[in-house]
Design a protein around this ligand. Structure first.
Ligand SMILES: [Cu+2]
Length: 342
């Protein structure tokens, strides 16, 4: 039921239907989307929330904030690619709303609100903060972590964080998601206290306090990946070069002309990635969570300019699994591989 066309299922043709059936486990904050061509950037994307039976944190409200970069025209690979370019987005949305007509989170002083941030964008990484409030991160990619207080965090394509906000500072505050590539470009929702005047312009976050680092995250349920891995892949992420601006590769190979990465069931697999390019790559593995340091996630940012990230996972589900950059334009310009687990 993983949905990758040609790999785990045939695409659903126009006029056809297909029923997805799966066990709703593990609980967490997810997104669902088309994996065909550039349909994700035409809006075929949405949140999927699997509620926990007994969350490790307490809260009064549970609100999903879904971020999307809104393209009013038909996407094409050339417009969204190359030397750090993004498609001509008309606006950045939270729950389908532009900053001038924002989605509002209504709170009363003393409440604790769980906010589930999901980045369903095709080509935008955000820097997220809330005016006048810290956030306590409780889940990374839907999986529980020891609560950690931060002023802001980065959220790249495909990533999710759940945070708790303590409503202890009455007023009208901006929940702001600034595009990392251009902090003038923002998505915005509003945190509105019941007794505050709604006519006030929301106060914005300063982004001057601590930003979450992956090292701050401690999974409540770490994977069994201690010790020496059974298999290691050392992968170079490249692309966007002057001569070939529309080609993005893993180890010099552009999907679909790329060899599968072969693994065996039960193995502890380690993947090291080095980013030789000038752009951020949110790398996503299908069908598994992986461990980075003490965090358990399914999508991880590999920073530009020789940034390095290593993740470990247990190959506990035989089959073919897609592994790719979650920037839609990088994915469709070759930055993908298949893991074949036998
Ligand atoms: Cu990428």
């Amino acid at each position: 039921m993983d949905g990758v066309p040609g790999l785990t299922q045939e695409p659903i043709q126009s006029g056809d239907s297909f029923r997805y059936e799966f066990d709703a486990t593990p609980a967490g904050t997810y997104l669902y989307h088309s994996h065909v061509n550039l349909q994700l950037d035409r809006g075929l994307v949405g949140p999927l929330i699997i509620e926990e039976e007994s969350p490790h944190v307490e809260y009064d409200e549970d609100i999903t904030l879904f971020l999307d970069d809104f393209l009013p025209t038909e996407p094409n690979l050339d417009a969204g690619n190359g030397m750090g370019e993004r498609p001509p987005y008309e606006g950045l949305l939270i729950n389908g709303r532009v900053p001038d007509d924002p989605f509002t989170v209504d709170v009363e002083k003393g409440q604790r609100v769980r906010l589930r941030f999901i980045n369903g964008s095709s080509a935008t990484t955000y820097h997220i903060g809330i005016g006048g409030h810290q956030m306590t991160v409780t889940h990374a990619d839907g999986q529980p972590v020891d609560p950690v207080a931060v002023d802001s965090f980065l959220l790249s394509m495909g990533e999710r964080y759940d945070v708790i906000v303590e409503a202890d500072t009455p007023g009208t505050w901006a929940i702001q998601a600034a595009a990392l590539e251009d902090e003038e470009e923002v998505a915005q929702a509003v945190l509105q206290y019941a007794d505050a005047e709604d006519s006030t312009a929301p106060e914005q976050p300063q982004f001057d306090g601590p930003t979450l680092e992956y090292e701050d995250l401690r999974s409540r349920d770490p994977l069994d990946v201690d010790g020496t891995p059974d298999r290691t892949f050392d992968l170079t992420l490249s692309g966007g070069m002057m001569m070939q601006p529309d080609t993005w590769t893993i180890d010099g190979q552009a999907y679909p002309d790329a060899e599968p990465l072969k693994i065996r069931e039960g193995e502890h697999v380690r993947v090291k990635m080095t980013n030789h390019s000038m752009m951020i790559h949110p790398m996503h593995l299908h069908g598994h969570f992986f461990q980075v340091g003490d965090a358990v996630m399914d999508t991880v940012i590999v920073p530009p300019h020789m940034g390095q990230v290593t993740f470990d996972f247990v190959a506990d589900d035989p089959g073919d699994w897609f592994f790719h950059c979650h920037n839609l334009y990088h994915l469709h310009s070759g930055m993908a591989r298949e893991f074949h687990c036998v």
